[in-house]
Design a protein. Structure first.
Length: 418
């Protein structure tokens, strides 16, 4: 029996053979966000438990069953590993009074934690990029957030992602809708699963978000919030659709889109793929005009979305992404040679060449084997002989070309040319 300690179920290591794919994604996303003027905000991974209960809502999957909550035994505080990023982002914005300077376009990136049943596309530690536009009331920002998404899929080389949009209206229109919904569900009481029975009166909208296939047919016949929509929300929704049409962004209206968190109103949207089975939503978001007041801030509208990076990378698994290359592997033997090799390696790095300096000694022959398996394009060979003259020998490893010996000063420019 091995007594090695293993990682926690549903929390994955990301190994060097895959990290270049993450880095490609991160680099693309950083440039994409900068191109729309969004700025990065970084908040702690752990927050007071109350932050999430107050923002996400007590009767939601996340708060009811998915949070990693624990007592800090040193002071008795109840803390929670963040299950999502909006709550922390809004907390930080209020704590540092960022809206005082005007509306904010922000984004965050990092791990989130939810105690779910691990399966493909669903993990206990997963990663999100979240984008939040705070202090904007009009539908133009909702449109911007959606248009940005469309651009990102193009930049990442992802195709076949469809857009669903919906609206949750105002608090008042949701209130009217709520009673109609309860009436409808009461007729089908026996078909409701345990979660739905429990939520029937506390949070009936949440039932629409159920993943239970046995309830799907009954859910399809449920009344639509669109029919109870207030005039302002309707206009807002139409303004959004107009921009999307005008900008050539295809979408479907899904009247049953509710989202798993309580804080949304008006616009909600999801980007969905059919290529990942049941875990098909790669990006989801919407408007949350009430959240900032709910968290104790001065009223300010806001809109945002979060995307699941594991799911996006899974969609990109067929796309070839080059890993970083090594230009030079420096082999050396003898004390004089070693001293010169340190200097030569730094010299090459100054020239912008990725250089591995052989460490650990050994014969030239064994060092050359390592040079070869490193994937480097060139071996730079330094013996005491070369070192004395301030020279290096260059051996191309990927093509049948002659070894040449040149002064260190000429070597960098020469290697960059070939
Ligand atoms: P789902 O309906 O799949 O449970 P959700 O509504 O709980 O998703 P959000 O809270 O909106 O998800 O999170 C935004 C995105 O983060 C999701 O669309 C998904 O891509 C990703 N995501 C959410 N939970 C997980 C998870 N446990 N593992 C991996 N990705 C996740
Ligand atoms: Mg979920």
């Amino acid at each position: 029996m091995s007594n090695l300690i293993q990682a926690i179920r549903g929390m994955n290591d990301i190994l060097p053979k895959d990290t270049h794919r993450w880095e490609f994604f991160e680099d693309t996303v950083r440039d994409w966000l900068a191109s729309y003027g969004y700025r990065n905000i970084r908040t702690p991974i752990v927050e007071q438990t109350d932050l999430f209960i107050r923002s996400i809502g007590a009767v939601t999957d996340i708060v009811e069953k998915e949070m990693y909550t624990f007592v800090d035994h040193l002071n008795g505080d109840s803390l929670t590993l963040r299950p999502e990023g909006t709550a922390s982002c809004v907390r930080a914005v209020l704590e540092h009074n960022l809206l005082y300077a005007g509306p904010q376009r922000l984004y965050y990136y990092g791990p989130m934690f939810r105690h779910e049943r691990p399966q493909k596309g669903r993990y206990r530690q997963f990663h999100q990029v979240g984008v939040e536009a705070l202090g904007y009331a009009d539908a133009d920002i909702d449109a911007e957030l959606i248009i940005m998404g469309a651009r990102l899929w193009r930049e990442l080389g992802i195709s076949g992602v469809r857009l669903e949009i919906g609206t949750l209206g105002s608090t008042e229109s949701r209130h009217i809708y709520r009673s109609r919904l309860i009436k409808y569900f009461e007729q089908y009481r026996d078909e409701l699963d345990e979660d739905a029975q429990r939520r029937l009166h506390s949070n009936p909208l949440r039932i629409l978000d159920s993943k239970n296939p046995h309830m799907r047919e009954m859910l399809a016949g449920a009344p639509r919030l669109l029919d109870d929509l207030d005039e302002d929300s309707l206009q807002h929704f139409e303004a959004l659709q107009r921009v999307l049409h005008e900008q050539g962004i295809a979408f479907e209206i899904n009247p049953q889109l509710v989202r798993g968190l309580d804080y949304y109103n008006r616009t909600v949207f999801e980007w969905i793929t059919d290529k990942l089975g049941a875990q098909g939503t790669i990006c989801a978001g919407g408007r949350y005009d009430g959240l900032i007041t709910q968290m104790g801030g001065k009223p300010a509208p806001a809109c945002g979305f979060a995307m699941g990076i594991e799911r996006i990378l899974a969609l990109m698994s067929e796309i070839e992404i080059p890993s970083p290359t090594t230009d030079i592997y420096v082999v050396h033997q003898g004390e004089l040679a070693a001293d010169f090799a340190w200097k030569a390696a730094e010299w090459f790095r100054n020239e912008g060449l990725n250089t591995i300096l052989h460490c650990g000694g050994g014969s030239f022959k064994s060092q050359m084997k390592k040079a070869d398996s490193s994937g480097a394009r060139f071996a730079v060979i330094i013996g005491d002989d070369e070192a004395k003259e301030g020279e290096v020998s260059i051996k191309p490893l990927r093509e049948a070309a002659e070894q040449v010996r040149v002064g260190l000063v000429e070597a960098g420019p020469l290697l960059k040319r070939i």
